[in-house]
Design a protein around this ligand. Structure first.
Ligand SMILES: Cc1ncc(C[n+]2csc(CCOP(=O)(O)OP(=O)(O)O)c2C)c(N)n1
Ligand SMILES: [Mg+2]
Length: 545
């Protein structure tokens, strides 16, 4: 038992749970928390941003690229609300992100008196977005509730959580007993009977396919062992990229996966929503059998399949591999024909996507210049869309994306968080001019905190994706999609950020090489023209222009 303030009790809890960095933007209600950050500054780094959205996006990038919780602290009401798009995105990509925020003083809770930053029901608002949220009413409750927050974030299907504390309780003193990390809720163990049923289907399948999602990020070895035994390609869209790397013959993007789809007779999702089989490629070939391994039982009713195994991705894949091995009596399957088809699909897709110009030329230069372990953070832009199928990824968690939310403006601040977590590894943000300016002022944060991110802004003076759609669908009328931009070179210079302007892929290599060598945050502006940019969409949604 130790006597400490509410703020100190929270900070001690964070440190006990392995947090060494907090992204935060202070204000009156949370002074007591920020003062505790200051007094723990030898154990906890505070990174201040220029808008709360970036605190949350940075925590999200930190969490997604490491698999470890990311934490941020903001004022309640408008401050917390400024982070809601990031919280929704974190929920969408199953990222362990902790939101710490304040509340009106205890005596004003629920009174509707219009106290500074008061919301009708902040806790309910947060609960509508995150996996779990609670209020810490008194310093003595902080250790256990912080431990509960980590237990919820990390157990089963990971996700964001939130804690609020009334203004007066951050500086209030109380007796607080430290609480060690609580045991995680254990996921279901794979049901042997169900596993055996799927193994039998797999044994008979001529053309099985695995879809790997973000839930398999930790299960690369198990997924690969299954894939190799079964002769199944492992197709990944966004957050499953790198579970089986693209250099492996069985590692496929959705562009290559789609080539094999018409022949597929069994598709197994592992830690994936199975967006492609369920929607983008639906209904799929006649006679197709469907299966999935997922830690979240609710997934089985969201997208019902023929065989559903509720289990952690690694445990489920390992159990399935063992069961298949038993059925094969230790003999190897003859996968030669399947492997040849997979290789042909990969080669064919590589050839087909070459026409997505100029994006592919830029991405090819980027891949050639960057080391294998570099992190790429995409955006809702032409280069980002193209990267999902056109930029080879060699390790899990190295392609960081806003997932199904498609959160424009998330990429650049998420990439800052990725770089904070990996200061010695190159991190590149691929963003459009539209998305970049959602949080472009965080170049100040990059400079202030020495976050040496390389940001590539594809400047087509447009919300280009919208403009292309509008021209196609609405007789050329383009409301709201033309952008008159600042001079990005002068913009970068005003922050003291070195920058380059590139007008063709030929000039990109020199700029990138210089940016990699500069020990500074850097910006490379690539001038493009939406009318000259090939649509990447046919490789993302078959039949879409
Ligand atoms: C938060 C949010 N607002 C709006 C959109 C709709 N939207 C999708 S793409 C896009 C334009 C992106 O423009 P830019 O970042 O310049 O990329 P470009 O397509 O021009 O390469 C918009 C507005 C979105 N996806 N997310
Ligand atoms: Mg644009």
């Amino acid at each position: 038992m130790a006597r400490m303030t509410g703020g100190e009790a929270i900070v001690e809890g964070l440190i006990r749970h392995g947090i060494d960095t907090v992204f935060g933007l202070p204000g009156a209600q949370v002074y007591g928390l920020f003062d505790a950050f200051a007094r723990a500054s030898n154990r906890l780094r505070l990174i201040t941003t220029r808008h709360e959205q970036s605190c949350a996006y940075m925590a999200l990038g930190y969490a997604k690229s490491t698999g470890r919780p990311g934490a941020y602290a903001v004022v309640p009401g408008p401050g917390m609300l400024n982070t809601t798009a990031a919280l929704a995105t974190a929920a969408g990509v199953n990222a362990p992100v902790l939101c710490l925020t304040g509340q009106v003083p205890s005596a004003f809770l629920g009174r509707g008196r219009g106290h500074l930053h008061e919301l009708p029901d902040q806790l309910a608002t947060m609960r509508g977005l995150v996996k779990w949220a609670d209020r810490i009413e008194h310093p003595s409750q902080a250790p256990l509730l912080v431990a509960r927050a980590f237990q919820e974030m990390r157990s089963g299907r990971p996700g964001p959580v939130a804690l609020e504390m009334p203004w007066d309780q951050f500086p209030a003193m109380g007796e607080a007993t430290p609480v060690d990390p609580l045991p995680l809720f254990q996921p279901a163990t794979p049901d042997g009977e169900v596993v055996a049923r799927l193994a039998a289907l797999l044994k008979d399948a001529k053309a099985p396919m695995i879809i790997a999602g973000g839930g398999a990020a930790h299960a690369g070895a198990e997924v690969l062992a299954l894939a190799e035994l079964a002769g199944a390609p492992v197709v990944a869209f966004r957050n499953g990229r790198g579970v089986v790397g693209d250099r492996h013959p069985l590692g496929l993007t959705v562009a290559a996966g789609h080539v094999l789809w018409p022949q597929t007779d069994l598709v197994i999702g592992i830690g994936s929503r199975m967006e492609y089989p369920a929607t983008r490629w639906a209904p799929g070939p006649p006679g197709l059998k469907t299966a999935r391994i997922d830690i979240d039982p609710a997934e089985m009713r969201r997208y019902p399949v023929d065989v559903g195994i509720v289990a952690d991705a690694a445990a489920g894949a390992a159990a399935l591999t063992a069961a298949l091995r038993r059925l094969l009596n230790g003999a190897a399957r003859d996968n030669a024909a399947r492997l040849a088809a997979v290789a042909a699909a990969k080669a064919g897709a590589l050839e087909a996507i070459r026409k997505v110009q100029p994006q592919m030329s830029y991405l090819n230069v980027l891949r050639a210049v960057l080391p294998d372990d570099a992190f790429i953070v995409d955006e809702v832009c032409q280069a980002g869309f193209t990267a999902t199928f056109g930029f080879p990824i060699h390790h899990p968690r190295h392609f960081v994306s806003s997932g199904f939310q498609g959160t424009l403006g998330a990429g650049f601040p998420m990439a800052l968080g990725v770089k904070v977590a990996h200061p010695d590894t190159p991190v590149v943000s691929l963003t459009g001019d539209g998305g970049f300016l959602f949080a472009g002022t965080e170049l100040a944060t990059a400079v202030q905190h020495g976050i040496n991110l390389i940001t590539v802004v594809f400047n087509n003076n447009a919300y280009g994706n919208v403009m292309r759609d509008q021209k196609r669908l609405y007789a050329g009328r383009i409301p709201g999609s033309v952008l008159r931009n600042p001079d990005f070179q002068a913009f970068a210079a005003s922050f003291g950020v070195p920058s380059w302007r590139v007008t063709a892929p030929e000039g990109f290599e020199a700029a990138l090489t210089a940016a990699l060598a500069a020990a500074a945050p850097c910006l490379i502006e690539v001038q493009t023209d939406i009318d000259q940019e090939a649509s990447p969409w046919e490789f993302l949604v078959p039949g879409r222009a």
